[in-house]
Design a binder for this molecule. Structure first.
Ligand SMILES: O=C(O)CC[C@@H](O)C(=O)O
Ligand SMILES: [Zn+2]
Length: 467
């Protein structure tokens, strides 16, 4: 990068807030995807919305691209800078600015870490309900830019449902203030929702007003050994017909085996089954507990569940959650090829069976790990690299098999990315889930908000127009 440009960046954020050393470029240039080499030109750390605005204006003037960087926990390469971009890291913009108990809203800078907001809410006797294993490092700006989901979607919805307002800097450097905490606002297009899930391609989020929920009462966890994947649907329906639940997750015996071994956790109960469901509910009192026990018994009587356990304390509930939440981290050492796919909830068993057959038939030597948010129709398919296969050959073979997996996704009218975003990794497969006409509309929107294509270019789709 030209010296004059580095000087211009330093004039905006301060000289010690522009990094160009190799270690920083490697660190801030990538997210949790390890398939693409990072190659940014510089990393900048703005301290205010106005500085972000000035950076985007400079990018327009000097025709360079910017990539937003939060906690970089993404799994689709949305925050990877591999084309000489300038990375805008939001780490310094990490303050909680305001709180209203009556509105149950909190105004945050984008670099606030998810767990920081969760803790803040708890200190106020409230609850920030979007939760996932990476909440200790993921930042709110990134969560909103990817519309992060996680483990409580069945009860609380996605990140989108908690964004009550935002300030965003568009690709021309204009600052838009959207919705301002209003519950009702029927004044035309709700632009806020365009920026949510846009993966930094339409704007840089510089402030967020997030809603908070009432604190849950005594979250209690059941882990059930399922007779079959089909049985999971009867279990889900019976729970939902009889009591409110706050999570309905699943994992396979293979996933459980890895977590038990790696984390030294005991098997939850004696009987091993191919698949397990993890269900969470609020123990609001005796009636809730009786209802849960009655449903549990019914599921056993019907033969849908072969064995199971229920937490008797907070620490037991936390340990049962670890069987599900620690899977992603545990299998990361096997260089997994990841798929984050969804279909309508009722279609999950048939879909999973079909995809499992496709992958197993083509690659009988690859280990397939299934887990995910079955209550949302979202399954994570991780294919583990055999020790004796090199990384490039493995990923190449997986890319081949992806075409068959995504053909099944299309047949089931599903999504090639349920909650991890498209980024760079799922870009080649976007057309399996979105029509040509839809993609054309998305490109037109990109043109409206970022005519010079300076914001995270090449993510989600390639903009035809040149920079
Ligand atoms: O690593 C994965 O495939 C999924 C990660 C995350 O979305 C989860 O649900 O644990
Ligand atoms: Zn997930």
């Amino acid at each position: 990068m030209q010296q004059s440009l580095l000087v211009a960046l330093a004039e905006i954020v301060g000289a010690d807030r522009v990094l160009t050393d190799a270690e920083s470029l490697a660190h801030y240039g990538k997210d949790w995807t390890r398939m693409i080499e990072p190659a940014p030109s510089a990393i900048v750390f703005p301290g205010s919305a106005e500085e972000v605005q000035a950076l985007v204006k400079l990018a327009n003037e000097h025709k360079f691209a910017v990539v937003p960087s939060g906690g970089r926990t993404g799994l689709s390469g949305g925050a990877v800078a591999s084309q000489g971009e300038v990375v805008i890291a939001f780490d310094r913009m990490n303050q909680i600015l305001d709180f209203s108990a009556v509105d149950r809203q909190v105004v945050c800078q984008p670099g606030v870490v998810t767990e920081q907001l969760q803790q803040f809410a708890e200190d106020k006797g409230l609850f920030y309900p979007v939760d996932f294993a990476s909440s200790g490092s993921s930042q709110l700006g990134g969560n909103v830019a990817t519309n992060a989901g996680g483990i409580k979607v069945i009860r609380y919805g996605l990140t989108r449902d908690w964004v009550m307002g935002m300030k965003v800097v568009t690709g021309t450097g204009e600052m838009l203030t959207l919705n301002q905490g209003l519950v009702k606002n029927a004044t035309g297009y709700d632009l806020r929702h365009l920026f949510i899930g846009s993966e930094g391609t339409l704007g840089m989020i510089v402030e967020l007003t997030m809603g908070l929920a009432a604190a849950p009462k005594d979250p209690t966890v059941l882990v059930l050994g399922l007779e079959s994947m089909e049985a999971s649907m009867s279990v889900l329906q019976t729970f939902q017909d009889n009591m409110p639940i706050t999570a309905f997750e699943f994992f396979s015996e293979k996933a459980l085996g890895h977590v038990m071994e790696e984390k030294g956790l005991p098997r939850p109960f004696e009987t091993a089954t191919d698949y397990y469901a993890l269900i969470e509910f609020e123990n609001t009192g005796e009636a809730a507990m009786d209802a849960a026990m009655a449903v549990f018994e019914k599921c056993m009587e019907e033969g849908w569940v072969l064995d199971g356990t229920m937490s008797q304390s907070t620490s037991q509930a936390e340990n049962l959650w670890r069987l599900r939440e620690d899977i992603s981290e545990t299998i990361s050492k096997f260089t997994p090829y990841k798929n984050d796919i969804s279909v309508q909830v009722s279609q999950v068993p048939a879909f999973l069976k079909e995809v499992d057959e496709v992958v197993s038939a083509q690659y009988p030597d690859f280990e397939i790990i299934w887990f995910g948010h079955i209550g949302d129709g979202n399954v994570h398919l991780n294919i583990l690299k055999p020790d004796d296969l090199d990384k490039d050959t493995f990923f190449k073979q997986c890319n081949e098999v992806s075409k068959d997996v995504f053909a099944a996704v299309k047949r089931f009218k599903g999504s090639v990315s349920a909650e991890h975003g498209v980024g760079l990794l799922k870009k080649p497969y976007l057309a399996y889930s979105r029509s040509e006409a839809e993609i054309a509309c998305m490109k037109q929107l990109k043109q409206v908000f970022d005519p010079a294509n300076v914001l995270n270019p090449g993510k989600i789709f390639d903009q035809d127009q040149k920079m």
